[in-house]
Design a protein around this ligand. Structure first.
Ligand code: PLP
Length: 406
C-alpha cells in the first residue's frame, strides 16, 4: 500500500502551527502522539449526540453510549486480532493495565520465593508494579541484561527462566532505545516452560501491526494516547482463561453481579475489571484512532517509519560529537542520543526556541540510563506524520546548539 505522507500530515491539525515564530516540528510522539481530525470528530460527535452513562439506563442516549462503548471494545479486539471482545479490558493506559495484572493476577499467582522476570530496558511502569508485588509476596524481580547495542542478551534471558519464574514482563518496543524485542521468540521460550508472558505494547501499537495470536503471549497492555487516541484510555488484552480466573482488582459499580452487606458477587469478564464509570468518549476516540491507522495501512506506516528512522540515523550520524544510545538490530520510532558539547536539557531548551519539540531526560527508564552510563538523553521520536524535513530541521537545530556551546 502506498503512503501519502503529505496527506497524512494534513490529517493532524495541531501540526500546522508556528511555535516561537517557527513551524512546529513535533518529535515527541513516544511521549504522546498527536490526534487526527477523524479522532477529534469522533469524540466531539459522541459528546454532541450520544453522551450518557453506560450499561445503566433504558433510555435512547444510554443505549447509544453503551453501543458506542461496546463497539469500541470490538474494534480494539479486532485490531489486536483477539478472538473475543471480552478479552479487552478498558483502562486508563499501559500503566494501569500492568498494575491490574500485577494486582489481580499477581496476588493469586505469585508467592514467596517466586520470581518475575523483566528486561533491562523496561519503562518504570513495567518495573515498579512488579516490585510492589514482589515486596508484598516475598518474591524477587530478575532482570535480563542488555548488550551494548541495546538488545536483550537472549542466552542470559533464557538462563534466567527458572522453575521459580511465575511471569515474564517485557516491553515490545523500548521508549528509551527504540529496540523492538523479538517477542515471539522470547515468549515461546517462556511458554515452553509454562511461564505466562505480559507485553508492554505502549510503543508498539502506533508503529506496527500487533497480532496477539501470532505473538503467542498472555497479556498485552497499551495506552491509547500514544496511538493517536485521547489521553486517559487504553486497554489490557488478556486470554479469557486468565481473566476468568483472576479476582477483581477494584471494587465499585459496574463490576458486580450482586451486592449485599454480607457478600457481593462479580460481573462477567471484562466488566468485572471495570469498576466505576468508564471513559466512554475516550473509548470512542480510541476506536476511531485504530480505524484511522488501519485506513492508512499498518504496513505502509511501518515502511514509512523505517525509511524515516534510517534517514534520521544517517543525518544524526553526521553531527560531530553525537553518540546514539540504542543501536539495536531492529528499532522503531526512537532516536535517542547524547552530545559531547551540551547537556540534554540545554539541547531541549534550545531546540524548543527553534520550534522543535523533543524529549530530554531519563524517559522513565532510569535503569537504561544507568546501563549506558548517561544521566539523560535527547530523544527524537517519530510517528507516521513525520517527514524527512523534520529530521533535517532537527539537524539544523543541533547546529544552532553547537554554535552556542561548541
Ligand atoms: N511503557 C512504555 C514503553 C512507555 O513508553 C510508556 C510511556 O511512556 C508507558 C509504558 C506508560 O504509558 P502511560 O503513561 O500512558 O500509562
Amino acid at each position: 500500500m502506498s503512503f501519502d505522507a503529505e496527506k497524512v500530515r494534513r490529517d493532524f491539525p495541531i501540526l500546522h502551527q508556528e511555535v516561537h515564530g517557527r513551524p512546529l516540528v513535533y518529535l515527541d510522539s513516544a511521549a504522546t502522539s498527536q490526534k487526527p481530525q477523524a479522532v477529534l470528530d469522533a469524540v466531539s460527535r459522541y459528546y454532541e449526540r450520544d453522551n450518557a452513562n453506560v450499561h445503566r439506563a433504558v433510555y435512547e442516549l444510554a443505549a447509544r453510549a453503551t453501543r458506542d462503548y461496546e463497539n469500541a471494545r470490538a474494534t480494539v479486539a479486532s485490531h489486536l486480532r483477539a478472538t473475543d471482545p471480552r478479552e479487552i479490558v478498558f483502562v486508563r493506559g499501559a500503566t494501569e493495565a500492568i498494575n491490574l495484572v500485577a494486582q489481580a493476577w499477581g496476588r493469586s499467582n505469585v508467592g514467596e520465593g517466586d520470581e518475575i522476570l523483566v528486561t533491562g530496558m523496561e519503562h518504570h511502569s513495567n518495573i515498579v508494579p512488579w516490585q510492589i508485588l514482589c515486596e508484598e509476596k516475598g518474591a524477587t524481580l530478575r532482570v535480563a541484561p542488555l548488550d551494548d547495542a541495546g538488545d536483550v542478551i537472549l542466552e542470559e534471558y533464557e538462563k534466567l527462566l527458572s522453575p521459580r519464574t511465575r511471569l515474564v514482563a517485557l516491553v515490545h518496543v523500548s521508549n528509551a532505545l527504540g529496540t523492538v524485542n523479538p517477542v515471539e521468540e522470547m515468549g515461546a521460550l517462556a511458554r515452553d516452560r509454562g511461564i505466562p508472558v505480559l507485553v508492554d505494547g505502549a510503543q508498539a501499537l502506533p508503529h506496527m501491526e500487533v497480532d496477539v495470536q501470532n505473538l503467542g503471549v498472555d497479556f498485552y497492555a497499551f495506552s491509547g494516547h500514544k496511538a493517536f487516541a485521547p489521553m486517559g484510555i487504553g486497554a489490557l488484552w488478556a486470554r479469557s482463561e486468565h481473566l476468568e480466573a483472576m479476582p477483581p482488582w477494584q471494587g465499585g459499580g459496574e463490576m458486580i453481579a450482586s451486592v449485599s452487606f454480607e457478600k457481593s458477587t462479580w460481573n462477567d469478564i471484562p466488566w468485572k475489571f471495570e469498576a466505576g464509570t468508564p471513559n466512554v468518549g475516550g473509548a470512542v476516540g480510541l476506536a476511531a484512532a485504530l480505524e484511522y491507522l488501519e485506513r492508512v495501512g499498518l504496513d505502509a506506516v511501518a515502511a514509512w517509519e523505517s525509511e524515516l528512522l534510517a534517514y534520521g540515523t544517517e543525518v544524526l550520524g553526521e553531527v560531530p560529537g553525537l553518540e546514539m544510545v540504542g543501536r539495536a538490530r531492529r528499532k522503531a520510532g526512537v532516536l535517542s542520543f547524547v552530545l559531547d558539547f551540551a547537556h540534554p536539557h540545554d539541547v531541549g531548551t534550545i531546540l524548543d526556541r527553534e520550534g522543535i519539540a523533543v524529549r530530554t531526560g531519563h524517559h522513565c527508564a532510569q535503569p537504561v540510563m544507568e546501563r549506558y552510563g548517561v544521566p539523560a538523553t535527547v530523544r527524537a521520536s517519530l510517528a507516521l506524520y513525520n517527514s524527512r524535513e523534520d529530521l533535517d530541521e532537527l539537524a539544523r537545530g543541533l547546529a544552532v546548539v553547537r554554535e552556542m556551546f561548541g
